[in-house]
Design a binder for this molecule. Structure first.
Ligand code: CTP
Ligand code: MG
Length: 228
């Protein structure tokens, strides 16, 4: 069965600069987020989209459709994890507690359909997982003055991407626990790890960048054309 996808899009995009949050800045002639949502909506594994936005965002109508699939909008929070939790709460009542839900950053417009397919196929056999890629570069530990003081093992170290996929209630529970403990989790997998789950890492394309800095827009525009 097709899954719902929560899309956190309530960030301010401070590192990207510009006159508006990065998800609304132009990429290949359209707002960045439109590329992300269209790619997700076109995927046969995805049933509908739940977008968590900032309270003052005017980009969406309250309920909408995209590519013939439902698109629901809700107000996110001051941390990414709070936005995801708000999204989980706003899912349609028909989404069962034990159903898998995808979470995908609005700021990752270059995600490949084949990677979503592999994630759903492989991580759905267990308690969920995430796209990522093993580290390629040598990893340094730096002191406050940016001097390299140690070289860390690269083996077994991965970068975490999205989508990430977990069961709806388990993920909401894990995010709530972290929030109650005052711990800011940077992704869903981190919240799940804290509850004793070991999410499956599914290797995905490095092209699935998170647009973060001004230079990333040109790179994403290039990658958009070759990752479909
Ligand atoms: N996000 C969110 N709610 C927040 C913070 C972030 O929904 N309170 C979303 C962003 O909109 C983005 C994704 O989470 O789609 C990944 O976060 P990040 O790349 O850090 O985006 P921003 O927080 O907007 O950027 P910055 O950290 O540079 O301000
Ligand atoms: Mg951020």
């Amino acid at each position: 069965d097709a899954l719902w996808c929560v899309v956190p899009a309530a960030g301010k995009g401070v590192r990207a600069g510009g006159d508006r949050p990065k998800q609304y800045q132009w990429l290949a002639g359209r707002p960045l987020i439109d590329h992300t949502l269209e790619r997700l909506a076109a995927h046969p594994r995805i049933a509908g989209l739940l977008v968590a936005i900032a309270a003052d965002d005017t980009h969406f109508a309250a309920t909408d459709t995209i590519g013939g699939k439902p698109l629901i909008v809700t107000v996110g929070g001051s941390e990414r994890s709070a936005s995801v939790l708000a999204g989980l709460h706003a899912l349609p009542a028909g989404v069962a507690d034990d159903e898998f839900v995808l979470v995908h950053d609005a700021a990752r417009p270059c995600v490949r359909a084949v990677d979503i397919e592999r994630l759903v196929e492989l991580a759905g056999k267990g308690e969920g997982g995430l796209l990522g890629a093993p580290l390629r570069d040598t990893l340094k530990r730096a002191d406050a003055g940016c001097h390299s003081i140690a070289t860390e093992a690269r083996d077994g170290r991965w970068r975490a991407f999205t989508p990430q996929m977990f069961r709806r209630a388990a993920l909401a529970h894990a995010l709530r626990l972290a929030a109650e403990a005052g711990i800011v989790v940077s992704d869903e997998a981190m919240a799940m790890e804290r509850t004793g789950v070991s999410p499956l890492l599914v290797e995905g394309s490095e092209d699935n960048i998170k647009v973060t800095t001004p230079a990333d827009f040109a790179l994403a525009e290039f990658l958009l054309g070759r990752t479909r």
